[in-house]
Design a protein. Structure first.
Length: 594
């Protein structure tokens, strides 16, 4: 560039000084030792660059080292550039881009250095806004997945050097979809923001709280293994999240499940750690929502087995699923009162298995609903066959789980199927457990059940007495029948179990509800139940669940069944050890016992 300093022993020309003083940007001239030879007014305002001051002394140590490197390069004839944040005399923080250029003599030797600074605050802020937008969740203000991935990868790398561990705590809000379905997405957004606020207030060793998307959040903890206890963070957080958030007069709760993994034990990359935490979260939900689980390598095998089960069921819905039927018997007359339809699936070996064999498939809501649809197809077809054959089968009870009952069109679809088959709705009964009335989605359940009952379908409360606020459900929801759980029936002979059964029988009679006992295996159980206002029973004493062909034979041989237990004086109670005298009460001629 043009020489502005004719010689080291001469002053800058007045014309050059005038040009530089008039410049809007800070400009500084340094000698080869790095001292300020000249600074214009703007430079003195922005960085207090008075003549005689060593330039690098004006900056903090880190920035001073960068300046030193730039000045050294410029002395060798290599220009350089640097961007930095700086607080001026007016305490205004701005961003600057500085260029360092060598000042040359006519012989091209370097005689000094020129520093020219440009205000890039507006540009830097725009860049920062763009970066913030790209790495921040717009709804909650938390860091988003992109920021989390970058942060976690850096944390893992740094921890490998420092000898620390890094924990990933993945949390998922339980039943969040039901809030959106019941109250709308605005309510869901309020809940998500409330959760985010709680996560930002967590103490060390939590280094980051981020939202991955939907109702899924993540925490990153870091520290020495002996000083960090993730459970000390998670346990109180579970309680904090349960604390309700108010939305338009409604109280929203944010119960959550947690999965925890740690590096390097469970993975050396962000992807591996997140996958391990996700498996642990899956297990936490399986064990009971609202808790937490640590990753265990055995979980991978369990998930693999689940996926294989789901895949097997998905590809065999039409071929391998069947309905078996267990008769319900009037305990006062021995007559058939109705049937309960039970799911059976054919295994690869050809054996028929119960629902427990494919229990994991029901965790998949879509697959659970498909299984339910298939069962209704089979059952309604069988009911039509019974009617065409002139068989008096009473009423067929079908189990309905929460995912089906939470479908807004569930009741209408069931009634349409019955109508197409020409089956009166009064011939169908839905069995539900108390859990379907709890939590989010209960409104849809109630609407579906009321519509079904209005059409004539009856509703039975299954496993009564083993769940939650049973009496409140009877009062608030429309049910027609109480089913005594088999655990109480098996306990007959124990005064406490007998008292519970008697209370349920009296409650049903007082409220005008049917009462059915499950799991009757001994004659003394049937006699006791009959005597305490339980008119209907089912169990192996009468029949095991029957395939359709066996059930048709059952209908044709009803007149062969004898029930000695019905007669007074026969087996009034369990023998010593809790077992009845089986030889005295066997159903000698019943084909159902074969």
């Amino acid at each position: 560039m043009t020489t502005l300093i004719p010689g080291e022993d001469k002053s800058m020309s007045l014309s050059a000084q005038s040009i530089l003083q008039a410049a809007a940007n800070p400009i500084v001239v340094l000698d080869l030792s790095g001292r300020v030879v000249f600074s214009n007014h703007r430079a003195r305002v922005v960085c207090e660059a008075e003549a005689g001051v060593v330039w690098t002394s004006l900056w903090n140590s880190k920035l001073g080292l960068e300046w030193t490197s730039l000045l050294d390069n410029a002395q060798g004839g290599i220009p350089g550039e640097i961007d930095f944040a700086h607080c001026s005399r007016g305490n205004e923080i701005g961003w600057w881009r500085a260029s360092v250029l060598p000042i040359r003599h006519g012989d091209q030797s370097v005689s000094g250095l020129l520093v020219s600074m440009h205000d890039i605050t507006e540009f830097a802020n725009a860049v920062q806004r763009a970066r913030t937008s790209a790495t921040t969740d717009a709804l909650t203000g938390l860091p988003n997945r992109a920021f989390f991935v970058e942060y976690l990868e850096n944390s893992i790398s740094e921890a490998q050097v420092s000898g620390e561990k890094v924990w990933v705590v993945l949390l998922d809000l339980d039943h969040f979809k039901e809030i959106n379905d019941d109250l709308g997405h605005d309510a869901g957004d309020v809940l998500l923001r409330g959760v985010a606020q709680k996560l930002t207030k967590l103490p060390d060793p939590v280094r980051l709280a981020a939202r991955l998307g939907g109702d899924e959040f993540v925490l990153v903890l870091r520290g020495r293994a002996e000083t960090v206890d993730p459970e000390a963070i998670v346990r109180p957080l579970i309680e904090q999240l349960i604390s309700p958030i108010t939305y338009e007069g409604r109280r929203l709760t944010s119960k959550a499940s947690f999965g925890i993994s740690v590096a390097p034990d469970h993975g050396a990359t962000c992807r591996e750690l997140l996958k391990s935490a996700d498996l642990a979260l899956y297990m936490a939900k399986d064990l009971g929502r609202g808790g937490y689980a640590f990753f265990d390598p055995l979980m991978q095998a369990a998930v693999r087995a689940r996926n294989q089960t789901a895949e097997r069921v998905r590809h065999s819905l039409n071929e391998n699923i069947e309905a078996y039927y267990q008769p319900k018997i009037r305990l006062d007359t021995g007559a058939l009162d109705g049937l309960e339809a039970l799911l059976r699936i054919r295994s690869s070996s050809g054996a028929m298995e119960g629902p427990a064999a494919i229990a994991s498939a029901f965790d998949n809501v879509d697959l659970s609903c498909r299984i339910s649809d298939r069962m209704f197809d089979i059952i309604i077809s069988d009911m039509r066959r019974f009617l065409d054959a002139g068989l008096a089968f009473g009423r067929v009870a079908v189990n309905a789980a929460a995912p089906e009952l939470r479908r807004y069109n569930f009741a209408r679809e069931v009634l349409q199927r019955l109508e197409r088959a020409g089956i009166p709705p009064r011939m169908l009964e839905l069995e539900v457990v108390e859990g379907v009335f709890l939590g989010r989605g209960a409104g849809a359940v109630d609407d579906n059940l009321r519509l079904l009952r209005k059409a004539g379908v009856t509703v039975a409360l299954d496993d009564f007495g083993t769940g939650y606020a049973s009496l409140a459900h009877i009062r608030n929801y429309a049910v027609d029948c109480l089913k005594i759980d088999m655990s109480f029936v098996q306990g007959i002979g124990n005064p406490k179990d007998e008292a519970i059964i008697s209370a349920i029988g009296s409650l049903g009679r007082s409220l005008g509800l049917n009462v059915v006992a499950e799991g009757i295996e001994e004659a003394y159980q049937a006699r006791f139940l009959r005597n305490v206002n339980c008119p209907i029973g089912q169990g192996f004493l009468f029949s095991k669940p029957l395939a359709l062909t066996d059930l048709m034979r059952y209908f044709s041989q009803q007149d062969l069944r004898l029930y000695p237990w019905m007669h007074r004086g026969c087996c009034d109670g369990p023998a010593e050890g809790g077992l009845g005298n089986v030889s005295d009460v066997a159903v000698m001629h019943s084909p159902l016992r074969q």
